[in-house]
Design a protein around this ligand. Structure first.
Ligand SMILES: Nc1nc2c(c(=O)[nH]1)N[C@H]1C(S)=C(S)[C@@H](COP(=O)(O)O)O[C@H]1N2
Ligand SMILES: [Mo]
Length: 196
């Protein structure tokens, strides 16, 4: 059985250099998969923003949208046209009082994973808090009940089991960024590792 395909010429503008198309949707998790019921799930905000806690119902009350996005893992697999449903990140951020000195965010997850983004990279209309994958509730191994999807950067920025957003006046490094990955991770520029 073949699990990976070399992209054809028509796909070259969609598939970043050094990437292959995955068959299926692989799961990539460092450590164990946290099991969180929607009723227990909470998202906190802190740092250069008011401290708040959002429940599942709070998130579901925000505007919802279907979206289709390509997904690029730095370990060289890509999956095109993943079908998600969720809350656009800007719709959520617009409900917050973010202090003007905030330039970066740290995404915190159940299970202690973290990843960093500039506020500009995070606050983009194609970024989502996703709870549905191909019309089904997002499975736990893919980050359910709720994950972040940031299509324009390598998928390690797409935090699964999101539990907190910390607003920062400078760039702090997240889990993989401290362990040798690039601080930004733009796939078409092959920003895979730090110092390149
Ligand atoms: N909380 C958390 N989020 C995470 C990860 C993780 O280990 N923990 N892995 C990242 C990496 S490296 C990738 S490629 C994608 C994989 O998402 P998937 O398992 O749904 O394919 O999730 C990202 N988000
Ligand atoms: Mo990844």
């Amino acid at each position: 059985m073949k699990y990976f395909e070399k992209p054809g010429p028509e796909m070259r503008d969609r598939v970043p250099p050094g990437q292959h198309l995955a068959k299926g949707f692989p799961v990539l998790t460092y450590g164990d998969t946290p099991q969180i019921a929607r009723t227990d799930w909470k998202l906190k905000t802190w740092g250069l923003v008011e401290r708040q806690t959002f429940t599942w119902d709070d998130m579901m009350a925000l505007p919802q949208q279907d979206f289709t996005a390509d997904f690029h893992c730095v370990t060289t697999w890509s999956k095109l046209d993943v079908q998600w449903t969720g809350i656009p990140v800007p719709e959520f951020l617009a409900t917050l009082q973010i202090q003007p000195t905030a330039t970066h965010v740290m995404l915190h997850c159940f299970g202690d994973y973290t990843t960093n983004l500039t506020l500009e990279d995070f606050n983009r209309p194609e970024n989502f808090f996703a709870h549905t994958l191909s019309g089904e509730p997002l499975p736990a191994d893919h980050g359910g009940p709720l994950r972040v999807v940031v299509p324009h950067l390598y998928a390690w920025k797409s935090a699964k089991w999101i539990s907190g957003i910390e607003f920062l006046p400078q760039e702090n490094l997240g889990f993989w960024e401290r362990n040798g990955y690039h601080r930004r991770g733009e796939p078409f520029a092959e920003e895979r590792y730090a110092g390149r």
